[in-house]
Design a protein around this ligand. Structure first.
Ligand code: SF4
Ligand code: F3S
Length: 86
């Protein structure tokens, strides 16, 4: 699955939403720990790994799960948790 990470917070360009063929990228309120920021999240159960969103993001916030930089690995769980709790 693909994951949206830290650079999206406060940017939310949403170009990724426009290119996603299965409409699995959605906005959400700020999570605890990111009180002053917002980002969008990819639903890991719906993402088909097409890769279209990755180059569409102007701030390089999107990575394939295995390629997420170490300092942002927690976003794999943050994206998944959003859909489990909503
Ligand atoms: Fe959507 Fe494809 Fe990105 Fe998955 S990889 S979120 S299906 S655009
Ligand atoms: Fe965020 Fe980049 Fe999409 S800034 S909303 S991940 S295009």
């Amino acid at each position: 699955t693909y994951v949206i990470t830290f650079p999206c917070i406060g940017v939310k360009d949403a170009s990724c939403v426009d290119v996603c063929p299965v409409d699995c990228i959605h906005p959400a309120p700020a999570e605890p720990g990111f009180a002053e920021a917002e980002q969008l999240y990819i639903n890991p159960d719906e993402c088909i790994d097409c890769g279209a969103c990755e180059p569409a993001c102007p701030v390089t916030a999107i990575f394939e799960e295995s390629a997420v930089p170490n300092e942002w690995k927690q976003f794999i769980q943050i994206n998944a948790d959003f859909y489990r709790s909503s």
